[in-house]
Design a protein around this ligand. Sequence first.
Ligand code: NI
Length: 234
Amino acid sequence: MAPPAQAPQPASQPPETKPPMTNGMMVLRLIRFTAIGLILMLLGALGYMQWFRPGSLSPDRAGGLVTAAEMQIGGPFALTDHTGRAVTDQTYRGRWMVLFFGFTHCPDVCPTELATVAEALGALGPDAGRVAPLFVSIDPERDTPAALAQYVTLYDPRLTGLTGTAEQVSVAARAYRVFYRKVEPPGSSTYLMDHSALTYLMDPDGRLAAIFRPGTTATDMAAAIKAHIARRGG
Ligand code: NI
């Protein structure tokens, strides 16, 4: 048998040498990277401002459809309510869920949003009976059902506080794309929770109907909820 004509040459060839970069080329490359970086940062900032813009959804948006990406918000959860009862998302089917994720030790956003939801319930009149306003704790370590019971009823007796195990809370938060993390301020013996602060209106089938940004007024929130209820015919 004849020997192979040529043995394979694994990487025996000298690597292609690139011409050495001149200072000018390096500067150009740096400028290019910087420009791309700046453009990406600008786009990110614009997206962020759009999403977290304070105030309510515009009136046409309030009664209109949500985007395809937003339609994926929502899903199954299994938690414990502030009376100690085990509940799931199915518990609230047939009612309009108004969900807000937060924690009872929150110094600013949660109290404001809960007060807004409570005021919106008042503005809804009899329609409030079709709504299940839910405050979901993302701090289950401290927010026991008893702690939640004390807290939510300060705002409105119709509010329901929900908590659970760390895993149950994580599942619920993931379904609603809610971000949260523990923050320990230096020199403090306690901790805070960083968390996203959107309020979700889910229809009686559990589908997303509207998203309220922090700072939405109770009047706007109630009007949007009323519009959705009327459009669906109950
Ligand atoms: Ni908060």
